[in-house]
Design a protein around this ligand. Sequence first.
Ligand SMILES: NC(=O)c1ccc[n+]([C@@H]2O[C@H](COP(=O)([O-])OP(=O)(O)OC[C@H]3O[C@@H](n4cnc5c(N)ncnc54)[C@H](OP(=O)(O)O)[C@@H]3O)[C@@H](O)[C@H]2O)c1
Length: 245
Amino acid sequence: MNDHDHQENTMKRIGIIGSGAIGTAIARLALAADYDVLIANSRGPESLSDLIDELGPNAQAGDVRAAADFGDIPVLAVPLTAYPDLPHDAFAGKIILSTGNYYPYREGRIAQLDSLESTTAEYEQALLPNTVIVKAFNNIVAHHIPNLADSAPRTALLIAGDDLEAKARVSTLVDALGFDTVDGGTLADSWRFEPESGAYTRIYAASTEGFAADYLADPGAPVPAGRLREILAASHRPDVAARQF
Ligand SMILES: NC(=O)c1ccc[n+]([C@@H]2O[C@H](COP(=O)([O-])OP(=O)(O)OC[C@H]3O[C@@H](n4cnc5c(N)ncnc54)[C@H](OP(=O)(O)O)[C@@H]3O)[C@@H](O)[C@H]2O)c1
């Protein structure tokens, strides 16, 4: 296959690893934007038949390797605990859009993150060497995603990565999915939009109090790029070791 054929073949295709809240929300955006979508989870393609029926003919289920190979930029929407179990060779050389966050109740305590030795994104990059991690969609709750896609004014998401070209390509993808992006810097800088940083999920809430009381009932409200830059500039490094969730 020459480069042109490869490009044709991978255009408008996206592989998503993780069929939970965030993976499904991104799948729906991609289908609405005319992408073909292949979704994988831990239990195998058969477990996804109801979801695929619901998503329609442009969605298919596959294993993780198939998702890694479907399109140019696979989306990882799995807990951090899953990263070491992934078939690393299937992702080698790939740009990965990672949505992951560190929730100790789910992951257990990770000393390297508690000590601030690395950000979650740097930790992910170390778990998946030979890939290029770009962080996106990690600082917005799943149910706000469909509500704020292509909002007026357009909502922006934060992205971070060490490779400028990879970041530009992920920005183009996020734009096609319905959001502007604001550059949150490198993987080392990405604490700026980790949980409790001040640039995390509640910034997209329609009501801060309503979100705190019952976040699922909050419909979300647009955050344009200019406002997001201000929020990012005011964010602070969270005390990860004190995190209780
Ligand atoms: N939920 C949100 O609003 C939100 C927002 C932003 C970021 N995030 C972050 O995004 C990540 C995913 O969150 P989520 O809420 O979507 O989680 P979730 O609803 O629990 O779904 C996790 C998915 O990962 C799959 N998975 C787990 N281990 C796997 C493996 N080894 N190989 C393949 N698939 C595997 C699970 O497969 P099975 O279905 O087979 O169990 C499941 O489909 C987390 O790091 C989370 O912090 C979540």
